[in-house]
Write a protein that binds this ligand. Structure first.
Ligand code: URA
Length: 193
């Protein structure tokens, strides 16, 4: 079966079976989008208002900023795959609760397994702490983390500040852009390993 079909089946299955409480208040599930053959998966936190309305990740202001940064390294949204740790919008965009993250965790792991990217990029601390609970984003951003997790072949992870947090914070924005520009070099480095 083609990866794209596998992803469709996965999303249809989890849309029914996911026991995340946020289902009750969200408009719809927001599935990952992009290339099923992508070398990079970007993982965000949870859908916001625009994503909940459209049913697509990163389509609001943070998404526009992300698209600009992708342009800096000659990538388009179609070249990457993008998803969230939680597939439903938390009310008023509050932080997702631990039980909401764990309810959606298997869904995310199976997505990663199908795509099997070379590199996973975390957008913000929530995505990073889902895999590396002891890391601090202020220290880990822009650094390659290497770790083997059961069931997924990807072992390279690159944490970044969340584009929504950096959007209106001048210094964080500069750091995020500089970290983002390291991505092509990080990919090359991984190929050598
Ligand atoms: N922020 C996220 O973490 N994910 C989205 O999909 C949109 C904004």
């Amino acid at each position: 079966m083609k990866k794209i079909q596998e992803l469709q089946e996965l999303n249809n299955k989890w849309k029914e079976e996911c026991e995340c409480e946020l289902k009750k208040t969200a408009t719809q599930a927001v599935f990952g989008v992009g290339s099923a053959d992508a070398e990079i998966i970007f993982i965000g936190e949870a859908p916001g208002k625009s994503e909940d309305a459209k049913g697509e990740p990163f389509v609001g202001a943070a998404g526009k900023f992300l698209n600009e940064m992708l342009g800096l390294i000659n990538l388009q949204r179609e070249d990457i795959y993008i998803t969230n740790i939680v597939k439903y919008r938390p009310p008023n965009n509050r932080d997702p609760l631990p039980e909401e993250k764990s309810a959606c965790r298997e869904w995310l792991l199976e997505e990663i397994k199908i795509i099997s990217p070379k590199l996973i990029i975390f957008l913000g601390r929530h995505a990073m702490n889902n895999f590396f609970p002891d890391q601090k984003i202020s220290n880990a951003h822009g650094k390659l983390l290497i770790k083997k997790f059961n069931g997924i072949s990807t072992k390279f992870f690159f944490p970044l500040y969340h584009p929504a947090a950096a959007l209106y914070n001048g210094s964080m924005r500069e750091v995020l852009i500089e970290d983002f520009k390291k991505i092509p070099k990080v990919l090359k480095e991984i190929e050598k390993r």
